[in-house]
Design a protein around this ligand. Structure first.
Ligand code: DX5
Ligand code: ZN
Length: 220
């Protein structure tokens, strides 16, 4: 099953309820929320109060991508605020097993996010504890960046690791996805497809989602 996950980072925050209503009606199943602390990444975005409000406004799966230092201090709070999925960066957490376990104990799906220049080997031990891996195909911090070319190969490598180990870990891809590369990343094994600019950067959000889904019509 392929999930389209609009990233609200590129949405109009003054009309957020309307924005998410549009994407939900257009077939998006996951709502991607980028949480940035101005420390792990050079940008500051939104946090717990916004997640609480989103929970009341949508039935979509809420996916919080924590781009924050020491994510273990806050991960469970995001589940309590209504997030269904919480990912923490492998580069930011010295206690991944503890953090992932705490997310699951709180009732969430636990994910590990990994930057473009971090090798897949960094996931070697922790992969078995994660429900999903969020593979970054841009450097985290901003929407609207160019897809990092080696990312397709990385998705393929991760898919191989998961299959070889008999795991059911899902692969999420995030950054620079549009109607021109979505088919390739899905073909390589990505299942949850984050798109910010390719959806909220377009005038008609519903048409943008249909275009993304249409670009891979064979797998929906
Ligand atoms: C970047 C964020 C992404 C971003 C994607 O740090 O993690 O989720 O919103 O935006 P696009 O699709 O515009 O690259
Ligand atoms: Zn993200």
């Amino acid at each position: 099953m392929i999930d389209i996950a609009p990233s609200i980072l590129s949405a109009d925050f003054t009309r957020l309820a309307d924005e998410i209503d549009q994407v939900e009606k257009a077939g998006a199943t996951v709502l991607h929320v980028d949480v940035m602390d101005g420390h792990f990444v050079p940008n500051i975005t939104i946090g717990l109060p916004v997640v609480r409000s989103l929970r009341k406004a949508t039935k979509m799966v809420i996916d919080t991508h924590l781009m924050i230092s020491e994510p273990g201090r806050y991960a469970v709070e995001f589940v309590k605020a209504g997030a269904d999925m919480v990912s923490v960066h492998v580069e930011a957490d010295a206690h991944l097993h503890r953090t992932l376990s705490s997310i699951k104990e709180a009732g969430g799906l636990a994910g590990i996010a990994i930057n473009p220049a971090t090798p897949l080997g960094a996931l070697d031990e922790a992969l078995q504890y994660a429900d999903f891996i969020l593979l970054m195909s841009v450097n985290p911090g901003f929407g609207g960046q160019k897809f990092v070319a080696g990312s397709v190969r990385k998705v393929r490598g991760l898919r191989r690791m998961i299959t070889e180990r008999g795991l059911s870990t899902r692969i999420e891809i995030d950054g620079g996805i549009d109607e021109n590369n979505i088919e390739e990343v899905v073909g390589a094994g990505a299942e949850i497809i984050v798109a910010g600019t390719a959806i909220f950067g377009k005038e008609d959000r519903a048409a943008a989602i249909k275009q993304l889904l249409g670009a891979g019509a064979m797998w929906v």
